[in-house]
Each structure stands twice: as structure tokens, then as C-alpha cells.
Ligand binder design. Sequence first.
Ligand SMILES: [Fe+2]
Ligand SMILES: [Fe+2]
Length: 262
Amino acid sequence: MATLIQLSDLHFGPLHNSHLDEIILQDIAALDPDVVVVSGDFTMRARYAEFEQARDFLSRINKPTLAIPGNHDQPILRLADWIERFAHQYSRYQKHIHTDIDSMLVVPGWFIVGLNDNHPIAPGGFWSVKQRTWIQDQMVCAPDECVKVVVTHHQLSWGGKWRPAGFWYPTRALDLLARNGVELVLNGHTHVPLAEQTAQGIVIARAGTATSGRLRHGNSNSYNFIWADSKQISVFVRRYYEKTDTFVSDRAFTFPRRNNRP
Ligand SMILES: [Fe+2]
Ligand SMILES: [Fe+2]
């Protein structure tokens, strides 16, 4: 069985709860996943001090880790940061978190591609032609025994309503992923955890905010613990309960794998 922990929207800076950092690090040690994925929004305002705190947190995760930037990890749109926003959009992220904006990671059981989906002006939620080609080039290299995973920040599912800051063309993106054998998509951004299976058979796991006080729609802090075997993928939403001061798996979703193997 392959296991994965998905953290998202850590938002180091104002409203960050550093006490939860410690509990999450203990949980990672106890749950012992094969890999940890962080699906963007490391900071609140992309300040250097916030990135330094995020980097220090990441350095304490003793597991293979894949990260992508979120929309909050770009310098904010103010005059002092204007040039950097357009000319070196991810220089702070690259200095502190990872040198590559798009990256991939292979660990036993998982083949993971992380894709930046932000834009300096437009709301995020799309990949360039170059990125779409890159996904395909990466996915053909995946070993048969691995679950193919794509990590992106904005949500790929928004129920057919007017785009609420999610992907601009979700069906087109999901069709591309399905053609390339992707079985699991991880995203964050909304601070609302969710797990579902799309018409293409792709499992989408959205993580809430793990450590920020920017909570949405009555959700507490949470992260996802995910496991996969040859037949199914299960997503456990682990929510924080103040009373016990622990994260607890209180919702579980199980889906058949679209590339189900005998
Ligand atoms: Fe966020
Ligand atoms: Fe975001």
C-alpha cells in the first residue's frame, strides 16, 4: 500500500498557527507516509520572513517532499514589488522552497508531477502549452506500478457553476490528464477539504488549510492522508480538534482506481 500526506495553504505570516506545525510534524513521523505533498500558498504575502519560516518547516519533514507555489507565493501587486511580480515572479519561492516551479518526484508507489498554475495578473487556474506538453512527456516515464498524480494549486472541480477562482477550463484539463493515465489530482486554494471522483474517473483530493486561521465555511484546520492499493484510492480528511489538540481522520472517501489492475 502506498501512502501520502497532503498539506496545503500553510500561509506562514499573519494568522499562522505555529502550534499546529508541531502537531503535523509529529503526525508525519507517526503516520510514516511514503511522501509529503504541499499544494501551494506557503505564505500570506510572499514576504521574505514568511518564506524563511516556510523553509524551516519544510526542512523538518524527514520525507521525500514535492511542493508547488500558490497564488499567495507571488510578490503582491503593489508598486514596490511591481517589477519583481512580472520579471521574477517566483524568485523568492525558488530561493526558499524549491529551485523548480514545475517539478516531479518518484517514490515507491507514486509518480507525482507538480504544476504551477498561477499568472502574474489573471486569476490562476491554467497551464501553458509548454506545461501541457511537459505533463505528457513526464507521464510516459511513469513505472506501471505507480499511481500517477498531478499537483496543482487551484481547484479542478467547481460543480459547473460560474468559475469561483478555480481552473478556467477544468474539463479540458481533466481530459488531458485522463489521456495520460493520471488517477489522482491534489489541490488546495479554497481552504475547504473535499474528495470526489470525476466523470473521467480521476480522484480529486482537495486539502483545507493545515495551519492558517483563514478558515472557510465552518471548516477547521485539516490535511489529507491518502493511500492507494492496486484497486482503490482512499482519502482521509484529518481535522484539527481543539478539545483534544489533535488532528483526527473524521471523513473517509474511497474510490475505485480508473487504471484498476488485477
Ligand atoms: Fe490559501
Ligand atoms: Fe490560493
